[in-house]
Design a protein around this ligand. Structure first.
Ligand code: ATP
Ligand code: MG
Ligand code: MG
Ligand code: MG
Length: 431
């Protein structure tokens, strides 16, 4: 392979001859001058071909270039403010490593089904690259945030025997004659790790057989789930707002180019500061009824309710203490109103809805047992989880934040399917 320079480092090589290896995004020719825009995965650079200075073979090779052909281009780096990226390569040599067949994705509008069918190629286009770069930054920022605060990362199993959340959205698979479920959450396991490490988090793929097609549900998505010993519901909400604010700041600080490519109005993000407003579920229902909704106390909030509540705010909004029947079995009963549990959903502004679900966990053995029975869950599967309430039970809280939803909001894009490299949806398992 030719020794190549990465495009992101061209500023260190002005006036020198370098070789770039990458893919041709576009070409054009004006008489005796021709151009090729080359992408190498670290940036894009314009390369310029002057007919009279070139070996005629090189000029011919340029003329035959097709979109997405793989090339090695050698030439001198010059500053060129009008070129994308600010540098231009005055070409001396062009080697064609592979001539691409006619590329199906053209710089024109394609329908989303077509693009999703070609996801393996669509990844290369500038907005998709930008979106996935932001995802990668948010993912790194997640690890940095928890690492800096003394959390230990725990990797939780994907094949499980216990239902984590809702029986309705389980993927089942045969496990040597038994049934295994794909994890809907790692929470029960991070709870178990708390007495070992006090503050823990997991961050991995989770699976839900979502039967509805919405812009915010994937069947495979990535969730970060911190769990903290001796933290109550209020501590939990404070951790959530610090975390979300940190993610937004990191995106603003390190993804300005990507946010620009995605045409994000960043002034909205610059306003994200703690503390976030809070409203109880009961007050939220009253507010929704005032606004004309037919919601009744007891029902979980739907997407339209969440959007309607956040219309009143620029900041993410906490809705706390939902009715027990709307939430999972492991949430702690509210001592001041036993119809409700000590939990919160964090709703992103601008109509994005829930990005976090959090709660204080039920730490009383008998109550937890009752809840498992009420939900008709098989108690045997939770034996080990109940043990945590027998051997050194402790107050603790945690939450789950969905990465794709958070990145969709931060980048201001409509659908979360663009924020995972290969989205899994009800009707899509390929590519
Ligand atoms: P929703 O009410 O939107 O279905 P949920 O209450 O079922 O979400 P939780 O079990 O609270 O979700 O999961 C925690 C977080 O995981 C959510 O706040 C969201 O960010 C993310 N999440 C949940 N389900 C999905 C999904 N199907 N696709 C992408 N992200 C999801
Ligand atoms: Mg759900
Ligand atoms: Mg919800
Ligand atoms: Mg939730």
């Amino acid at each position: 392979m030719p020794r190549s320079t990465e495009i992101r480092q061209l500023n260190d090589h002005v006036g020198e001859e370098v070789t770039l290896t990458g893919w041709v995004e576009a070409t054009r020719a004006h008489g005796k001058v021709a151009f090729a825009v080359v992408r190498d995965g670290t940036g894009i650079a314009q390369t310029v071909f002057f007919k009279k200075e070139l070996d005629p073979e090189v000029w011919e090779r340029h003329a035959a270039l097709t979109q997405e052909s793989t090339v090695a281009v050698t030439g001198e780096v010059r500053e060129e403010p009008r070129a994308p990226g600010g540098y231009e390569i005055a070409v001396r040599d062009l080697q064609v490593i592979h001539t691409s067949a006619e590329y199906p994705i053209q710089p024109k509008e394609h329908g989303v089904d077509f693009l999703l069918d070609h996801r393996h190629l669509w990844l290369r286009s500038s907005q998709q690259r930008a979106g996935l770069k932001v995802r990668a930054e948010i993912s790194q920022a997640t690890h940095d945030f928890f690492y800096d605060r003394g959390f230990t990362r725990i990797d939780t199993p994907i094949l499980t025997g216990a239902i984590g959340e809702h029986a309705g959205t389980l993927f089942e698979t045969d496990y040597f004659g038994d049934t295994a479920y794909l994890a809907q959450t790692g929470q029960l396991y991070v709870e178990a790790a708390c007495p070992a490490f006090r503050k823990v988090y997991c961050f991995g793929p989770t699976f839900r057989a979502e039967k509805s097609k919405t812009r915010r549900h994937l069947t495979e998505f990535w969730m970060v789930e911190p769990e903290v010993a001796f933290a109550d519901s209020d501590d939990n909400m404070r951790l959530q707002e610090d975390f979300v604010t940190y993610l937004v700041e990191r995106a603003l600080e390190r993804c300005s180019t990507e946010l620009e490519i995605l045409e994000r109005d960043t002034s909205v993000l610059e306003r994200i500061k703690t503390p976030f407003p809070r409203i109880s579920y009961t007050d939220a229902v009253a507010r929704l009824q005032e606004k004309g909704s037919d919601i009744e106390w007891g029902r979980d909030l739907g997407a339209p309710d969440e959007v309607s509540l956040t219309e009143d705010h620029d900041l993410p909004l906490f809705v706390y203490n939902y009715p027990k029947q709307a939430k999972a079995f492991y949430m702690k009963e509210n001592p001041d109103d036993p119809r409700t549990v000590l939990c919160d959903d964090l709703l992103a502004p601008e109509g994005y809805g829930e990005i976090i679900g959090g709660s204080q966990r039920e730490d009383d053995l008998d109550r937890l047992r009752e809840r498992i029975a009420e939900e008709k869950l098989p108690e045997e599967a939770y034996d080990w989880y109940l043990d945590l309430r027998k051997y050194g039970s402790f107050p603790h809280s945690g939450f789950g934040l969905g990465i794709e939803r958070t990145v969709a909001w931060i980048t201001g894009r409509h659908h979360i399917r663009e924020f995972i490299p290969f989205p899994r949806l009800m009707n899509r398992l390929n590519p």
